[in-house]
Design a protein around this ligand. Structure first.
Ligand code: ZN
Length: 502
């Protein structure tokens, strides 16, 4: 093998290890870290981020990438090594634009920002986080300035998470989706609501956790390469291809909360556990984009775990765990209850029809903040105003408004939310393509068999990691570029049946 390429791979593997060390510090912060450890942890996260940046931007790494670049012409365009060189170059070019001092300031600020949010959120005390959030916005704008030539200041942020996408591409797509979703949501609002009170009886935590983890394993989440812990806001995180973890939270008065978030995070974990095993220690060994990642979680959470065939198999098992709470509940009652459409305040709890309204609203607010049209002090009012417009309701306090989840308190402003709606769109497009090849998938789901679907996803999406671009993966796996057609067909068919719409 080419010596320079071997040296490059060794360097990149060290970078991957440092990224995972950093991830481990963050996982611990979000699960088990006692409050007394938070100051030191902020310092430690910042130190590792600094070391990581030194490695990612070193002269030595740049020289190695230059040395191997001529090899690309000798390799097949889809060869892993060609993709590795391309990805290493892209990452190096992006990282070398950011001064080390900026990254250190950012990480250390975000760690403190997270602690402030954890303390202030229960009281909905926006004043307590306002100055910190204003600083996050300043840092987010500063980030954009390191990528001159952008059309919109959100573009460099979007490119970081959904490579190849821009505000100019996303805005028309979201506008088309909104035009379709609003009449659907309004037509549903005129219909009687399915009964769903039984989902809010008392469901003991241990049984909820056990059921969710069992189903996660049934769909293919491998616990010899993963584990589940509790947190405030569920997430999936990876420390190596052999250690892909999920976290969840349990609400004893809401059967759906822990279950659907567990399946959601397990969907993310299946993606990472399904990567080509030769990508260990390689920058190719990650999900390719936020949108594609989210498509995998939403596919399992919604297209599978909110489908009738799925509950044909699992409702009897659930009833065994909670016989009193679910006494007399039919499959149809249960299916309609878990798919109840109702405007709500919390994005992660939202139904499939209104979910994207939460996302598009935040996407728009971020664009306004980044261009300076919206100041942080005015954010809660702007938020409430837009909720009234789009969903007809507004939160009584910032707790369930701008402070509802950790996104704006652990990361920059911009570049994240588009991924959720892109994910929904991709999820339906992937599922439709899988059904075209394997029309028996719903029958298999009704028997608790998920292998055909998981293998299709593994072969067409998961294995590639970053070897192909998101655009190439979607084109190759579904035979067409990103489009809202399959997603809207799925939503219309499902909700017309549930709500007897004409
Ligand atoms: Zn997700």
């Amino acid at each position: 093998m080419n010596t320079a390429l071997t040296k490059l791979k060794t360097q990149l593997a060290k970078i991957e290890d440092l990224k995972h060390v950093s991830a481990l510090l963050m996982w611990d912060q979000a699960t088990y870290l006692p409050q007394g450890g938070s100051e030191a942890r902020a310092r430690q996260i910042s130190l590792v981020a600094g070391l990581l940046q030194q490695k990612q931007t070193s002269h030595e790494l740049g020289k190695l990438i230059d040395d191997v670049t001529p090899l690309i012409s000798q390799l097949a365009p889809e060869a892993s090594d060609a993709a590795l060189i391309r990805v290493a170059r892209e990452d190096f070019d992006r990282e070398t634009r950011l001064p080390a001092t900026f990254t250190q300031r950012l990480y250390s600020h975000l760690s403190r920002s997270y602690d402030l949010w954890v303390k202030a959120r229960p009281k909905g005390d926006f004043k307590a986080v306002q100055a910190s959030l204003a600083h996050t916005l300043e840092l987010s704008r500063e980030y954009s300035e390191f990528f001159p030539g952008y059309v919109h200041p959100a573009d460099p942020h979007i490119d970081l998470n959904d490579p190849g996408m821009t505000v100019a591409q996303i805005q028309p797509l979201f506008a088309a989706l909104r035009t379709e979703l609003v009449p659907l949501a309004q037509a549903i609002a005129k219909k009687p609501k399915p009964k769903s009170g039984f989902l809010n009886k008392k469901y003991p935590e241990a049984e909820q956790l056990a059921f969710g983890l069992q189903v996660a394993q049934d769909i293919g989440y491998d616990l010899t390469r993963g584990r589940q812990d509790k947190t405030h806001h569920p997430f999936m995180i990876k420390f190596s291809l052999g250690d892909v973890r999920i976290t969840t939270r349990v609400n004893p008065n809401d059967l759906g909360d822990a279950f659907f978030s567990t399946i959601h995070e397990a969907g993310h974990a299946l993606y990472e556990q399904g990567l080509d095993p030769t990508f260990e220690g390689s920058p190719l060994g990650h999900g390719v984009s936020a949108g594609i990642h989210e498509s995998q979680s939403r596919l399992w959470e919604n297209l599978v775990a909110r489908s009738k065939p799925f509950w044909k198999h699992y409702l009897p098992k659930l009833k065994k765990r909670f016989p009193a709470q679910l006494k007399g509940i039919s499959l149809d009652d249960f299916y309609r209850a878990i798919n109840r459409v109702q405007p709500s305040l919390i994005r992660v709890d939202a139904d499939e029809v209104t979910y994207n309204l939460h996302v598009m609203l935040r996407f728009d607010l971020e664009l306004q903040m980044l261009t300076g049209k919206l100041a942080i002090k005015d954010l809660p009012d702007a938020w409430n105003e837009r909720y009234k417009q789009d969903l007809g309701i507004a939160p009584p306090s910032a707790r369930d408004g701008v402070m509802q989840d950790m996104h704006w308190f652990t990361g920059m402003i911009g570049g994240v939310f588009q991924g959720y709606t892109l994910g929904n769109i991709y999820s339906a497009q992937c599922f439709a393509a899988a059904l075209k090849t394997h029309p028996k998938i719903p029958e298999q789901i009704a028997k608790g068999q998920f292998e055909t679907l998981r293998k299709w996803l593994g072969k067409n999406i998961h294995q590639y990691g970053r070897r192909l671009t998101p655009q190439d993966i979607i084109q190759k796996s579904t035979g067409k570029p990103l489009s809202i057609t399959d997603y809207m067909n799925y939503l219309r068919k499902k909700y017309r049946a549930i709500y007897a719409l004409v």
